[in-house]
Design a protein around this ligand. Structure first.
Ligand code: NAD
Length: 285
């Protein structure tokens, strides 16, 4: 794909990371958000990312200036998506909000634009249902922090065309990412597998099979995982993991997704992982 115009709707944690990756790859990026405050904040965050990249020797000053020139915050939604080849939605994880955004994108973006949602758990088919031409809608599930994480899950629903899948795969590669193609099903590939491993590790801890450190080491040293499942849960947040486990248990109805008591107890006590100072590990001090 020759670098064209990308619109990112939602300038929060994920939106700014996706915009940054696209601008680095040579795309002209327009970022829009319903909150003017979010748009003000995002330009400062992007500037910080660029400054850090220069300091770490990842970017020359010349490249930094060229990348910064390709990034623009645009409060007017229609102007942001007007001539986009790819529109990526990264607004809050709420079906109604995403459906509204897609209906508006369809009214204002070019008819040939690829429309992607960065949802981490919602049904892509349900999001696409509000659009007249659902064939050009799919999921592009990026990971946080976007500039450091290689994976993009390209999530297809029954009406996604093969041309759209090809375009999404090509676009992800142009951003230096490694795409995988996954059917629209709860937890896609990454959360379904990752959460299953994390919950099993918690059950082993509950049963006293080994300490948290040793369970993590089993995966780190025995399977070459960069980080064990309990430490990873501490970084993601135990409350976030509990919500995903409950959702997967309800939708997939498989016993391995039933949240273990130790997870419920820790969340009830406010032990949410690194962000609260304690989870399966002690992070304070
Ligand atoms: P966030 O809260 O940081 O940012 C969301 C932004 O969307 C906010 O700036 C908000 O003002 C804006 N917004 C809300 N409604 C809008 C609307 N109608 N039009 C335009 N902008 C609107 O959220 P986030 O963490 O960046 O998550 C965004 C999406 O990415 C969610 O679907 C989430 O599930 C998914 N996701 C998040 C992560 C993560 O680690 N944070 C990872 C992968 C995917």
């Amino acid at each position: 794909m020759t670098a064209g115009r990308v619109a990112v709707v939602g300038a929060g944690t994920m939106g700014h990371g996706i915009a940054y990756a696209a601008a680095l790859a040579g795309f002209e990026v327009r970022l829009t958000d319903s909150q003017p405050e979010a748009l003000r904040r995002v330009m400062a965050r992007l500037d910080e990312l660029l400054t850090n990249a220069v300091r770490r020797g990842k970017l020359t000053e010349e490249n930094r200036d060229a990348t910064a020139a390709r990034l623009r915050a645009e409060a007017d939604f229609a102007a942001a998506v007007l001539d986009a080849e790819v529109v990526i939605e990264a607004v809050r994880e709420h079906l109604g909000t995403k459906q509204q955004v897609f209906a508006e994108v369809e009214r204002t973006a070019p008819a040939g634009a690829l429309l992607a949602t960065n949802t981490s758990s919602l049904s892509v088919a349900a999001i696409a249902a509000t659009v007249q031409d659902p064939g050009r809608v799919l999921g592009m599930h990026f990971f946080n922090p976007v500039h450091a994480m290689k994976l993009v899950e390209v999530v297809t629903h029954p009406k996604t065309t093969s041309r759209s899948v090809e375009r999404a795969v090509t676009f992800a590669r142009a951003l230096g990412k490694e795409p995988i193609v996954v059917k629209d099903s709860p937890g896609f590939a990454s959360s379904r597998l990752g959460v299953a491993l994390g919950l099993e590790a918690m059950r082993m801890l509950e049963e006293g099979v080994a300490s948290a450190e040793d369970i993590d080491k089993a995966m780190e040293l025995g399977y070459n995982h960069p980080m064990g499942p309990l430490k990873l849960t501490d970084l993601v947040g135990l409350d976030v993991r509990l919500a995903i486990a409950e959702y997967l248990h309800q939708t997939l109805k498989e016993p391995q997704f039933e949240p273990p008591q130790i997870l419920r107890d820790k969340v009830a006590k406010g032990e949410l992982g690194k962000k609260s100072g304690k989870g399966f590990y002690n992070w304070s001090g």
